[in-house]
Design a protein around this ligand. Structure first.
Ligand code: NAD
Length: 332
């Protein structure tokens, strides 16, 4: 904690998301600040050091990372690496005695999630996920509508999240764990879970035909799936790396509600059968990180804990199993 009472965050992995979203958001936070960086690319150090006034003693690489244990400036470690590396770095951060935020998806297997949760429990540190939409007013409104039921019970949900084009490690199953489902479809899984406040009990899935089998040789290019929730609520979801989509819509007995775009960093819009939703624009990442810092200070649980990330990985794995087998897969 610094003299102003803010907790120090170390960003691990200085790629797009750290550079363009998290570091700028950390200039707007009230309860935490950018204290340290961990990077494998020495060429990035000068730029970050200069821009954010990070002292040399708070700059680490992946080999020196474990020495953060001795650094009292660092309270929280934020893992922003390719998905397959999340488990290793969350566990190392926990063993260094630091609280951890892990980017989505939490990991590429449920076993890894278990190991991450155990490591944090054993170290007595808190673990949360980078689920920024749990702090975003339009998505919070979908949660409220699901809870308070002004339109009656939900009957069905449609969730779509896709982009046109991707590259790098996201096309490599060994680093990403899968294709757009792991990267973008996870927002649909989350959206359906927080809109209904329920857990899916079974899933069916179908892979989209590949338009570029060479590019998408190790991961799916697109995928549609249906999640069955209790009370016979069905959620039809789609994700893709070759089609722009960004929607979350829920039909109820006496009305409906819809967000579109639903999952962007800004510019989210919503409407319902009662009219246009109007909420202020906020910095999602700043809210998310501030909430975790406050949760640590107040010794209260995070609303986006490791267990929530683990449940998403269980569902993602069930969707892949349904896709591979063509069977309806029950989720335990
Ligand atoms: P990126 O490719 O821009 O950055 C990844 C970083 O990891 C790079 O700095 C790279 O040098 C480093 N790295 C270390 N080891 C690597 C390896 N073996 N292979 C490749 N890169 C390696 O990716 P990103 O978009 O910043 O995504 C990072 C994580 O953040 C992912 O888990 C992603 O899902 C998540 N993310 C979350 C959001 C969100 O809205 N919550 C948005 C974007 C990304």
């Amino acid at each position: 904690m610094n003299a102003q009472g803010k907790l120090g965050i170390a960003l691990v992995g200085l790629g797009e998301y750290s550079e363009k979203q998290l570091a700028p958001a950390l200039q707007e936070t009230n309860h935490c600040y950018l204290a340290a960086i961990v990077t494998g690319t020495p060429g990035k150090v000068d730029k970050w050091k200069g821009k954010y006034k990070i002292p040399d003693k708070n700059i680490y690489n992946y080999k020196s990372f474990d020495a953060i244990k001795e650094n009292p400036d660092i309270d929280i470690v934020y893992i922003v690496l390719p998905n397959a590396l999340h488990a290793e770095y969350v566990i190392r951060a926990a063993r260094a005695g630091k609280h951890v935020i892990c980017e989505k998806p939490m990991a590429i297997t449920v076993e890894e999630c278990d190991q991450m949760i155990t490591a944090c429990e054993e170290a007595g540190v808190m673990l949360s996920l980078g689920y920024r939409l749990h702090f975003e007013p339009y998505n919070l409104e979908m949660m409220r509508l699901g809870k308070e039921k002004p339109f009656g019970n939900w009957l069905s949900i449609t969730a779509e999240n896709g982009i046109q084009g991707t590259s790098g490690w996201r096309l490599d199953k060994s680093l990403a764990g899968g294709g757009p489902l792991m990267d973008l479809g996870i927002y649909c899984v989350q959206g359906c879970r927080y809109t209904t406040g329920m857990e899916p009990i079974a899933v069916t899935a179908k892979e989209a035909a590949k338009t570029d089998p060479e590019k998408f040789r190790s991961v799916e290019e697109g995928l549609s799936w249906v999640m069955e929730f209790p009370d016979n609520i069905k959620a039809a979801c789609t994700t893709s790396y070759s089609k722009e989509m960004n929607k979350l819509r829920a039909e109820a007995e006496n009305g409906w509600a819809e967000l579109g775009p639903a999952y962007e960093y800004s510019g989210i819009k919503g409407q319902s059968s009662q009219g246009k939703m109007e909420f202020p624009e906020i910095n999602q990442q700043a809210k998310q990180m501030d909430d975790f810092a406050q949760a640590i200070k107040d010794k209260r649980p995070s609303p986006v804990p490791g267990e929530m990330g683990r449940q998403d990985v269980i569902i993602l794995q069930a969707i892949y199993k349904a896709m591979a087998t063509g069977q309806r897969i029950e989720i335990g």
